[in-house]
Ligand binder design. Sequence first.
Ligand code: BES
Ligand code: MG
Ligand code: ZN
Length: 490
Amino acid sequence: MQIKATTTSLLDWTGDLLAVGIFEGETELAGDLAKLDDKLAGIVKELIAEEEFEGKAGSTITSRVGNKNPVRKIALVGLGKLEDLKLDSWRSAAAAIARLAAKEKSLGISLPVGSEAADKIAQAMAEAIVLALHQDNRFKSEPEDKQTKLETVDLIGLNGQDGAVAKGETIASGVILARELVNAPANAIDPVAMAETAQKLAEECGLAIEILERDACEQFEQGMGAYLGVAQASDLPPKFIHLTYKPDGTPKKKLAIVGKSVTFDSGGLNLKVSGSGIETMKMDMGGGAATLGAAKAIAQLKPDVEVHFICAAAENMISGHAMHPGDILKASNGKTIEVNNTDAEGRLTLADALVFAEKLEVDAIVDLATLTGACIVALGNNIAGLWSTDDSLAEQIKTAAESAGEKFWQLPMEEKYFEGLKSQIADMKNTGPRAGGSITAALFLKQFIKDTPWAHLDIAGPVWSDKPDGIDNKGATGFPVRTLVNWVTS
Ligand code: BES
Ligand code: MG
Ligand code: ZN
């Protein structure tokens, strides 16, 4: 499939499906749309009247125009009210159109360009088209879903924006990598396979790579006891993955992205009971998957910043050498942790990964993790939690997320709640009371950061979608690759 910012005008476009966007309440046709309607013998006006089309966001109608016409089918797509328009309005509309057009060969899309810049719109539309049509049929012997037949997509009225289209496609390829890693079950993507994926990525995209094996993890600073404690019950070795992107010149900044990479979370000896969603816990490396997805896109977009990508990959399993509830672990910064719940394993793996990231002397660290069920209770499935020690970094993430069309909500780093993590015998416990569970998780992580500006993203809800929704399909979403890429590149 080829997406082009075409020079062809709306009136001259020929092909299978022509989709035009209409604002809510602006169903009186004007300009080129009125001329198109004349050319098609009034069919657009007729459709609007017959179907009582109001232009509501996400609404669509299609109709056959006929074989004798230069356009075989026409689709009307609602963009919502002009005053509510955001970049995501174009993204949702393009996704809806792509789904309608999956069985056609050629598609032309003409959406009005409003308040946003043309390059942003072209990029958003390209992302949406690629991602809405992405299907993951790797594990079916015969694909159930029909593969798209689309060969060409012309973005009408966005002449000159081919660079922005390419950028959207590059970002989408990173999102797809993240989706595929998360969709893959734990017997396909384990810590070893994750390290191999990173290795391949490094070779293909020219990133530097270092993989710390168990010995090297034991020797890092005071020993990565927290991370290795989680990994110790598995028959598979831990793989601590560190990829680096370096720009050609002197980097303007140095950043680190740290993704929780628990390839399966059984809960450990605090085993997840039935009904707890244990069968969905292949998604517990969603943070690491998005980290690798972002690395893939960033390596191609080549910003002027140095970026470190860190995934402390492990499986949280049970066996004769599993950590016992109550064990005390020592993290690489020397802090001791009483593991009062082996199912709060993500924060243990991240503790050592954050210490490692800070040693790289970066200007900011962002971690992303499917960390707590409590965050899903608080914010639902579509919104991720955001905590930060630095207001400016929090604002940067929010701005990046806004144009990416990914939702975050900042929650408080309420120091008083750290009381809930006080341990009689060690420096801290790994879990506190049920109440405020995602906040105490953030406070736990904070113990492993000294003074580098840091943000923590709890993505437990948005990494997975139970139904197609906007540009997400059922299954892994690839959240928040787009936010990370925007953050790094702007
Ligand atoms: N991986 C889970 C969190 C999770 C839950 C992610 C649901 C996605 C969907 C995490 O390791 C975990 O088990 N957290 C516990 C923490 C508790 C023991 C304090 C939880 O949320 O129940
Ligand atoms: Mg767990
Ligand atoms: Zn987990």
